[in-house]
Design a protein around this ligand. Structure first.
Ligand SMILES: Nc1nc2c(ncn2[C@@H]2O[C@H](COP(=O)(O)OP(=O)(O)O)[C@@H](O)[C@H]2O)c(=O)[nH]1
Ligand SMILES: [Mg+2]
Ligand SMILES: [Zn+2]
Length: 356
C-alpha cells in the first residue's frame, strides 16, 4: 500500500510537511470505535490508540482523531500503534449533537467530496438538502446530491423532483440512481477519482451502505430495513469506516443521522443561501434580520416572487439555530472556565495545606 493509494496526494502541498513528525510513520485513520482506531500505513494495518499526552491536553472532540485523519504514529509488532500527532486537516465535516448540549460530533476529516444522499420516496425534502449543503459548505467540502431509489417512482415523478430542486439549489450536481437497477451508476462512477476521498451523508435507510457495497463490488457494510418495531428507526451501520474502491476512490460510509444540527462556524449559510446574502447587501440597515425591517431587500424579493418562500423560511430557521448554537457554546466555555478556576483554587489550597 502506498500513501497515495490512501489519498495522500489530495492533501494540499503546504500541509504535507509537518514539523515534529520526522520520526513518525504517516498513516490514515480508516475506522474508529471508542477511542480505538484502525490506521493504514505503508506497513499495513494497525490498531491504534492516542498518547496519554494527547488525551490529557485535548480540549474538544476536534483534538481526537477522526476517520479520514492523517496521523503521525509509532508502530509496534503485533499490529499495534500509538498515534502521536494529527496532521493538519484540509476539511472537517461536523454536526451539532441532537441534545443541544453544544457538543459537536465529527463526521469525517480530509474529505474532498460529500455525497448527500436522499431517497426519492418518503425521505425526500429540500429543506434537509439545504441543511446538509450548509454542513458541507462550512466544512469546505464540495457537495454532490444523490437521489436514490429512483426505481420506486416513474420518470415523470423523478422529473418533478429534479425540477423542484433547481430553483432552490443551483451549482450543485444532482445524480439520480437506483441501487436496484443500477441506473445512474455510470454517471456516479465518472465523478469518483482515484486518490480522492468521498463521504456519504444522509438519513438512515436511504441506501448509503447498499450503494457503498455495490461500488466496492462486495458486501463491506451491512444493510437493512428501518426497523418498524423500535420506532427509533434503528440503523444497521453502527460505525464509520473508510473503504478503498476498485477504481482507487476512497469512500466513507456513515451511520444514518436522524437529525443534523447546524454547528456552522464558518460561512456555510452564506454559501448555501448566497442569493439571500447577495440581496441583503441592499438592505437599508447593515444589521437587518430580514424579518420586519423597513427597506429590507430580502423581504422585497420575497414579495415580488424573486426569492422562493420555502428557501427564505428554511434560511431563517437555520440562522436561528446557528445563533442558538453559538450561545450554547459560549455558555459552555464559560462554565468550563469557572469549573477550571474552582479546580485551580482547590489545588492551590491543597498544596498550601500539604506544605503546612
Ligand atoms: N427499492 C430500492 N431499495 C433500496 C435501494 N437502495 C437501498 N434500498 C433498500 O433500503 C434499505 C436500506 O438500505 P441501506 O443501504 O442499509 O441504507 P443506509 O441506512 O442509508 O445505509 C435496504 O432494505 C435496501 O435494500 C434502491 O435504490 N431501491
Ligand atoms: Mg448504512
Ligand atoms: Zn433585510
Amino acid at each position: 500500500m502506498l500513501l497515495e493509494d490512501l489519498g495522500y496526494l489530495a492533501i494540499p502541498e503546504k500541509l504535507r510537511t509537518n514539523p515534529g513528525t520526522e520520526n513518525l510513520e504517516t498513516g490514515r485513520v480508516v475506522a474508529e470505535h471508542k477511542e480505538r482506531y484502525i490506521v493504514l500505513s505503508t506497513n499495513g494495518e494497525f490498531e491504534a490508540e492516542i498518547t496519554g499526552n494527547m488525551r490529557f491536553t485535548a480540549r474538544s472532540r476536534e483534538d481526537f482523531p477522526a476517520v479520514g485523519d492523517w496521523v503521525g504514529l509509532m508502530t509496534y509488532d503485533a499490529g499495534f500503534a500509538i498515534i502521536h500527532k494529527i496532521l493538519p486537516r484540509y476539511s472537517l465535516i461536523k454536526r451539532q449533537a441532537v441534545d443541544q448540549s453544544g457538543e459537536i460530533q465529527i463526521i469525517a476529516a480530509n474529505i474532498d467530496v460529500a455525497f448527500i444522499i436522499q431517497a426519492v420516496d418518503r425521505d425526500f425534502n429540500i429543506n434537509r438538502l439545504e441543511r446538509y449543503l450548509t454542513i458541507c459548505h462550512s466544512a469546505k467540502v464540495n457537495p454532490v446530491i444523490i437521489l436514490s431509489k429512483t426505481d420506486l417512482i416513474d420518470a415523470r415523478q423523478l422529473n418533478e423532483i429534479t425540477e423542484g430542486i433547481r430553483p432552490r439549489i443551483e451549482n450543485v450536481p444532482v445524480i439520480a440512481v437506483s441501487n436496484e437497477t443500477k441506473n445512474g451508476y455510470s454517471d456516479l462512477n465518472k465523478m469518483i477519482e482515484k486518490g480522492k476521498t468521498y463521504c456519504m451523508l444522509g438519513s438512515s435507510g436511504v441506501g448509503k451502505s447498499t450503494l457503498l457495497n455495490n461500488l466496492a463490488g462486495s458486501e463491506r457494510m451491512k444493510t437493512g430495513n428501518i426497523s418498524q418495531s423500535t420506532n427509533k428507526g434503528k440503523h444497521v451501520t453502527s460505525h464509520r469506516q473508510l473503504f478503498i474502491l476498485e477504481g482507487g476512490g476512497l469512500l466513507i460510509d456513515n451511520p444514518g443521522m436522524r437529525e443534523v444540527g447546524i454547528a456552522d462556524t464558518s460561512n456555510g449559510l452564506e454559501i448555501t443561501f448566497d442569493k439571500i446574502f447577495d440581496l441583503s447587501k441592499n438592505c437599508r440597515f447593515a444589521d437587518c434580520r430580514h424579518i420586519n425591517e423597513t427597506g429590507c431587500a430580502v423581504l422585497e424579493a420575497l414579495k415580488n416572487g424573486e426569492l422562493d418562500s420555502n428557501t427564505y423560511h428554511n434560511f431563517l430557521k437555520m440562522e436561528r439555530e446557528k445563533t442558538h448554537f453559538a450561545s450554547t457554546v459560549a455558555e459552555k466555555r464559560k462554565r468550563e472556565k469557572e469549573f477550571g478556576k474552582i479546580l485551580k483554587d482547590y489545588y492551590k489550597k491543597d498544596i498550601k495545606q500539604k506544605r503546612h
